[in-house]
Design a protein around this ligand. Structure first.
Ligand SMILES: Cc1ncc(C[n+]2csc(CCOP(=O)(O)OP(=O)(O)O)c2C)c(N)n1
Length: 332
């Protein structure tokens, strides 16, 4: 931790085992994204890829509070959400390579990874597509009394979409067990959120929908977790929805290939001074909740896992022409 790096705030109350799980989630996301960044540059990965590096504390801080009753909906920048909700990493990598062994048998690609068995409703190429899905699963959980909570992650750009605003209204009117997580990374493609969002903070809009709104430092796992634990707990107990605004910086361009002419280099500073993984490590080793050796062990496991995932994805077969007619309709 550097002198300028703010100390993480918020209490974890997770215990060493779940703290290690949270660290593994964040490290896996980071390693996955750094590797996809490098592999995409070789030209082997088809389609568009939007990377989540820098934003790990949001997915992990929220998802570590969830269980198998709960669902999440995601965005075009969805790899981190998938990993945090437990989607299998090798299947995800194969999906991104368009292989038949992928999570969606190579038919979805980066922007459409879904695994309903894990409560992951899908990454989503439609900006603002996730919140209405979460209203649906939250309503289903409420009516069937499962105690489940629906969480939707969406960007600052998506926060301006009618679907998102309508969903927040509906969730409040129907008192749904839902949590709205606005991931404000400062830009929608090249448009600054300070320009496109009419209020100073996205969370300020919560009052207009009759729900609590909270702003958290998105580089601080513990701050995100504390806000998420409270929001998820309230939703589970019938207290209705919450809007959490998570503020941070994405480490890569909007998509792979983005020249990023619209922003000054805010990334070097964030990586050096704000990074969620560095701050997590500093906090848990200072408090003695975890040791550096435990964290190093996770780093080594994750590096091996991602190496294997890439090698297996590259060696896997693509879908065949016959696969075109399968998985077209889903029966629930
Ligand atoms: C309905 C719709 N409009 C426009 C687009 C094109 N588009 C893809 S990503 C994006 C920006 C989204 O920004 P934000 O919600 O802030 O998410 P971020 O990329 O910053 O994670 C846009 C406009 C789209 N995919 N869907």
């Amino acid at each position: 931790m550097t002198d300028t790096m703010p100390a993480p705030t918020g209490s974890a109350d997770l215990g060493p085992e779940r703290l290690l799980d949270a660290y593994r989630m964040m490290r896996t996301i980071r390693e996955f994204e750094e590797r996809v960044h490098a592999e995409f540059a070789t030209g082997d990965i088809p389609g568009f890829v939007h990377l989540y590096a820098g934003e790990e504390a949001s997915a992990a801080g929220v998802c570590v509070t969830l269980d198998e009753r709960d669902t999440i909906s995601s965005t075009h920048r969805g790899h981190g959400h998938c990993i945090a909700k437990g989607v299998e990493v090798k299947g995800m990598m194969a999906e991104i390579y368009g292989r038949a062994t992928g999570t969606c048998r190579g038919k979805g690609g980066s922007m459409h990874i879904a695994d309903l068995s894990k409560g992951m409703l899908g990454a989503n190429g439609i900006v603002g597509g996730g919140p209405p899905l979460t209203c649906g699963t939250a309503l289903a959980a409420k009516l069937s009394g499962t105690g489940g909570v629906g969480v939707t992650f969406f960007g600052d750009g998506a926060s301006n979409q009618g679907t998102t605003l309508e969903s927040m209204n509906l969730a409040s009117v129907w008192n749904l067990p839902a949590v709205f997580v606005a991931e404000n990374n400062g830009y929608a493609e090249a448009t600054a959120s300070t320009w496109s969002v009419a209020t100073d903070n996205i969370a300020d809009r919560a009052a207009g929908f009759g729900m609590p709104g909270v702003i958290v430092d998105g580089f601080d796992f513990f701050a995100v977790h504390e806000a998420a634990r409270e929001a998820v707990g309230r939703a589970r107990e019938g207290g209705g929805p919450t809007l959490i605004e998570v503020k941070f910086t994405r480490y890569f361009g909007h998509f792979e290939g983005d020249q990023q002419t619209y922003r000054a280099d805010e990334v070097a500073d964030a990586r050096a001074n704000l990074d969620c993984l560095k701050r997590f490590r500093a906090r848990v080793t200072q408090t003695g909740e975890l040791t550096g050796a435990q964290l190093d062990g996770v780093d080594a496991d994750v590096a091996r896992l991602i190496d294997e995932a890439v090698a297996e994805a590259k060696a896997a077969p693509p879908p065949t022409a016959a696969d075109l007619e399968t998985d077209v309709y889903v029966v629930y």
